[in-house]
Ligand binder design. Sequence first.
Ligand code: SF4
Ligand code: SF4
Length: 361
Amino acid sequence: MSKVLFAPMGFTRYEVDQTLPARFERLLAKSEIADMVGGKTVAIKMHVGDRMTYSTIPPVFLRSLVSFVKEHGGDCFICDHGVAQRQPQNRGYTEAILGCPVLDDCGHLQKYYYTKEVNFRSFKHVDIAGYIHDADVLIDFSHVKGHGACGYGGACKNIAMGCVTTRTRQEQHSLEGGLEWDGSACIHCNACVEGCNHNANGFSDAGEYWVDYHNCTLCRHCLKVCPTGAISATDHNYEDFQQGLALCTKTVLDTFAPGSVYYLNLLTQITILCDCWGLTTPGLVPDIGLMGSTDIASIEQASLDAIKVENLIPAGLPEGFPLGDHGHLFERIHGKDPFVQIAMLEKYGLGNKAYELVEVK
Ligand code: SF4
Ligand code: SF4
């Protein structure tokens, strides 16, 4: 059973000492980070958001982390995929504010990476971002939120989609699927489009059926209403994407020596979609706090366990959004079981989902 440090939001008095940034400093002091970073190059991987996003990690936490790493002898930088195109300065992610460089992890021209071959369906290449590959220590600092393609975005997604090139991101997305259309059987009655509650399907100008698997909850209404059986299910589904994320994460983590990776999950402003959408919607549940662990499966499990269906704030969903009736809140929203990702992390030997929560107040 792995230890997951947990700094909660709850407070009893109006005191600075009871705020989350203050508790974060105490969490860092209790973590293994101080022992990892001395004399090492430390990559702090975060999602810098995009356009109008404002729910990404606030600079106050990053400044504390950078100071802590430096105080303990680490030489750190903050990084993400495609930083230059994502206006990081709009959210305060600059060297002047955070105290260390903010870098594109594949280099400014996105040409600095190391390729490892994998073989899972259409996923063949993990192009590991050069600056991630070259670092001695990785601190994977994630903002937890929902994700259309896999239900949940946390520590695993932050690595799999953010420590690699665009080619590797695309190969992972190519694993999405689940529906097949037979054009020769289609009579273009449009029942499948009218029957979809998620704006996930349609026809191109050329009359070809398309599915947006990000929005698709794999409810199969389109399949059931089709009068000619032109739509069918394939053996290829969202679980492949989750497995791809775990495989990619393992391949990236394999470049680090044992005991050189720490995970931090921020559970505030937990939105329905990933920060890359360039927007922030109201939180789905009340803010929860911040977690830290050396075990990726444990921290992901603890984070998901803390996000409870009964705490749903309806304003966090688009008006009239149809919720599913079973599973985790993210499964009810996106139609994808987020725990599959954790099972896949365990399958690849990346930790153990059993955890002990240790409160840091
Ligand atoms: S499976 Fe459901 S969500 Fe997906 S395209 Fe069909 S009707 Fe829409
Ligand atoms: S419901 Fe079936 S037949 Fe009608 S448009 Fe959709 S795929 Fe074609």
